[in-house]
Design a protein around this ligand. Structure first.
Ligand SMILES: [Mn+2]
Length: 294
């Protein structure tokens, strides 16, 4: 039966990517399923939105961090594009931040800007990383610094120019990563600057600067951008992050200036959040994004 949205509701395509480093349903790969099992679809429907749910699955039996990550992204790009073509807002729940690559592919990266909330830079490359974690390289790949042949295998993906990227809430950078970021033209708004100037004082000038380059953005929310006083989104969580009200304020300021082409919530490991504080914060922020967009 076809559902009619209420006047202020939106058509949402909720897309799960339940993988972390090629592994399904483990660690941050358990986050998307947790959201679904704990009623994210019902909650968004209760808020007046029409919600359809789908889940991206690896097709090859042998899972390997890098191969599987790009394979998932190739599929994700197709699903994001299909959602946008039928007028639905893609809302992605992903284990890893590198899902940004598939989402950008589906949003025609050549036109899009990126607003990336994260406690980390995700800006390592194979030449700076000491952990070898592909997901520590997500933004470096998105801006064309590494893994280029595989990134090009994602349909619609082209590297996003630095000046179209705003990285918000960062508290922890590795040395080589920090050096690369400082040399880049990405606008970096660290957690400490937000703490010093407040959301409006720190974010508005940066958003106005970004608006000179792009009209629509992909909104990336690694839940570890939230302050650890709320809870620990994952084992990499750091203090000095954003509070729920600050996230909402930031989203309102973003939605006032940009068309939000797609949004993702990533990197939630429910095993570190037994009382569900980050889960509930995530739901509140999702509802706020959808209200701000509509
Ligand atoms: Mn991240």
């Amino acid at each position: 039966m076809f559902q009619i949205a209420e006047a202020d509701g939106m058509h949402i395509q909720l897309i799960e990517v339940p993988y972390d480093s090629g592994w399904r349903g483990i660690r941050m790969g358990a986050g998307p399923g947790y959201f679904v099992e704990h009623g994210v679809v019902e909650k968004l429907r209760a808020a007046g939105h029409v919600v359809e749910l789908e889940c991206i699955e690896a097709q090859r039996l042998f899972l390997a961090e890098n191969y599987t990550a790009f394979e998932l992204n190739r599929q994700l790009a197709t699903h994001v594009r299909a959602a946008r073509e039928r007028g639905a807002m893609p809302l992605v729940l992903a284990g890893n931040c590198n899902s940004a690559l598939g989402i950008l592919g589906g949003c025609e990266a050549a036109q899009a800007g990126v607003i990336w909330f994260d406690a980390h830079g995700d800006f390592n490359t194979p030449e700076t990383t000491t952990g070898g974690f592909l997901d520590g390289m997500g933004l470096a790949i998105a801006t064309g610094r590494c893994w280029s042949p595989l990134a090009r295998s994602i349909s619609g993906f082209t590297p996003v120019p630095d000046e179209r990227v705003l990285l918000v809430g960062v508290r922890q950078l590795d040395d080589g990563e920090q050096e690369l970021l400082v040399r880049s033209r990405i606008t970096l708004l660290k957690g400490e600057r937000i703490r010093a100037l407040g959301i409006s004082g720190s974010l508005e000038p940066a958003l106005d600067g970004l608006r000179a380059h792009v009209q629509h953005v992909y909104l990336h929310i690694d839940l570890d951008v939230l302050d650890t006083s709320i809870g620990r989104a994952n084992s990499y969580a750091e203090p000095g992050g954003l509070l729920i009200e600050e996230m909402k304020q930031a989203i309102t300021l973003i939605a006032r200036r940009f068309d939000i082409a797609a949004v993702a919530f990533t990197s939630y490991d429910p095993s570190g959040d037994p009382a569900g504080h980050i889960f509930r914060a995530g739901i509140q922020i999702m509802e706020h994004v959808l209200t701000a967009v509509s």
